[in-house]
Design a protein around this ligand. Structure first.
Ligand SMILES: Cc1cc2nc3c(=O)[nH]c(=O)nc-3n(C[C@H](O)[C@H](O)[C@H](O)COP(=O)(O)OP(=O)(O)OC[C@H]3O[C@@H](n4cnc5c(N)ncnc54)[C@H](O)[C@@H]3O)c2cc1C
Length: 428
């Protein structure tokens, strides 16, 4: 029987193309460790790999299978910088801080590719990203952004595209202009998840799937993590549960809100298809962003969500088809072979949440749809912190992310209303 993630809807195209997905036995009995990690997505597995390589005794548990959360099921786009552009960050926080956060994200991008290369993880990297304006009035912003990135940030890879170039590069005349970023690209996320787990295990990390933490607490100078099948006692712990925290630790869940996002994969479109001839990934200017790209075998992988509902769509392929057709009308009858979703962890200012939530317990998540590179790098920064250098992790800790208003009970209702408002604005 094919496996279905118990925490995210649908079976992904990634699961059918990632190759062998080794299983890791559940925890069986009590353990001690230097560091315990809760959550086996990019954040946790990357931390485990970097810690184990540095000789730290690390135990990682995941309630389900590695990659069942966002890391194995996302859009695969690396992006550039933090969520929100450098010019916006400069306006909010000044140049020095904004540039430091931009530079760390550039390092994060390079780290993903280098980590995969050094550890022989095939991640199907394809370069290039197009960011496109769904309204004419946004085109000038993209032109200014390209100039700013080149002249102010010293980032030479972004070029402005007029309407004609945009139409050619997309294979669609739906958008009005945009930018092309040749300094980034997209990957197969589940291959990276599986590969990072392998690297961590080979370096000596102890990994357990299907082992849920039910409680995290300080006991004297130690941290104790309770599971149904044993307790882990460690000097330090990392909470890397992101959008899937489900109340395990209250500070994390009051600062990181889960939002469903959904992807459909078509059959291969064929070599003569006009769709994305350059192979770039795409994100658009909607607040409820649409993101798409072609897979290495020529399928369109299209992501987004049409309306903000409290529950997941019953028929993900049908919801995704409606969005595909707006951009590619010729694909109205294309077969959609896979439809799946997952939960993005967002924060109020759409920047990562990193905090010591109890003594010796750090929580990291809330990458707000920009976590493919950032979450992997966060694992490295956490390992640096354990080794005694917290300077770079501090850059994120100092962002002082606020909690969502409304408390646990009302925040999703408030967010639901706010997001629907923005979704409506996307249309007018
Ligand atoms: C559909 C979708 C599309 C996306 N597209 C992009 C994109 O194109 N580019 C981009 O940069 N970002 C994207 N993202 C976001 C990106 O995937 C995430 O930021 C990133 O994967 C976060 O990794 P993580 O390890 O922090 O969390 P996750 O990968 O979600 O892992 C959390 C893990 O914690 C485990 N867990 C939860 N509770 C417990 C517990 N009590 N005990 C033990 N384990 C527990 C879960 O089982 C899960 O495996 C997307 C996300 C989604 C869902």
């Amino acid at each position: 029987m094919t496996y279905q993630s118990p925490i995210s809807p649908g079976r992904s195209w990634y699961e059918d193309t990632a190759g062998p997905r080794p299983e890791y036995a559940p925890l069986d009995g009590d353990r001690t460790a230097d560091v315990a990690i809760v959550g086996g997505g990019f954040t946790g597995l990357s931390a485990a790999a970097h810690l184990a390589k540095a000789g730290v005794n690390v135990v990682l548990i995941d309630a389900h299978r590695f990659g069942d959360g966002a890391s194995g099921r996302n859009g695969g786009q690396l992006g550039t910088g933090q969520r929100g552009s450098l010019d916006e960050m400069e306006a909010a926080w000044g140049w020095e801080r904004a540039k430091a956060l931009f530079d760390i994200a550039e390092e994060a991008k390079a780290h993903v590719l280098e980590f995969a290369r050094v550890n022989a993880i095939g991640i199907d990297f394809v370069p290039g990203q197009l960011s496109v304006a769904h309204k004419k009035r946004y085109v000038e912003d993209y032109r200014k952004y390209a100039d700013y990135m080149r002249e102010r940030a010293g980032y030479p890879h972004v070029t402005f595209m007029d309407r004609e170039e945009t139409a050619w590069r997309l294979g669609s005349s739906r958008y009005h202009g945009g930018v092309r970023d040749a300094g980034t690209g997209h990957i197969h996320p589940l291959k990276l998840t599986i590969g990072t787990a392998r690297v961590a295990a080979e370096a000596g990390a102890t990994l357990h799937e299907k082992t849920a933490a039910t409680r995290i607490e300080n006991r004297g100078a130690k941290v104790a993590i309770t599971t149904p099948t044993g307790r882990i006692t460690a000097d330090k712990a990392l909470i890397a549960t992101n959008a899937y925290n489900a109340g395990l630790e209250k500070e994390s869940s009051s600062h990181i809100m889960p939002i469903g996002s959904f992807i459909g994969a078509t059959v291969p479109l064929g070599a003569d298809s006009p769709v994305l001839p350059g192979g770039e990934s795409v994100d658009d200017s909607r607040f409820v962003v649409r993101y798409f790209r072609k897979s290495v075998d020529g399928r369109l992988l299209f992501g987004g969500r049409e309306i903000y509902a409290v529950t997941d769509p019953k028929d993900i392929p049908a919801a995704i088809r409606r969005q595909i057709v707006e951009i590619y009308p010729a694909l109205k009858d294309v077969e959609i072979t896979h439809g799946w979703g997952g939960y993005v962890g967002i924060t109020v200012p759409r920047k990562p949440f990193v905090r010591e939530v109890m003594p010796n317990v750090i929580s990291a998540g809330g990458y707000s749809g920009h976590g493919v590179m950032l979450s992997n790098f966060m694992g490295k920064l956490y390992a640096e912190t354990v080794a005694g250098n917290r300077d770079r992790l501090k850059l994120f800790e100092e962002l002082k992310i606020p909690a969502f208003p409304g408390g646990q009970r009302f925040r999703s209702v408030l967010l639901f209303l706010a997001l629907n408002w923005y979704a409506l604005r996307d249309r007018i």
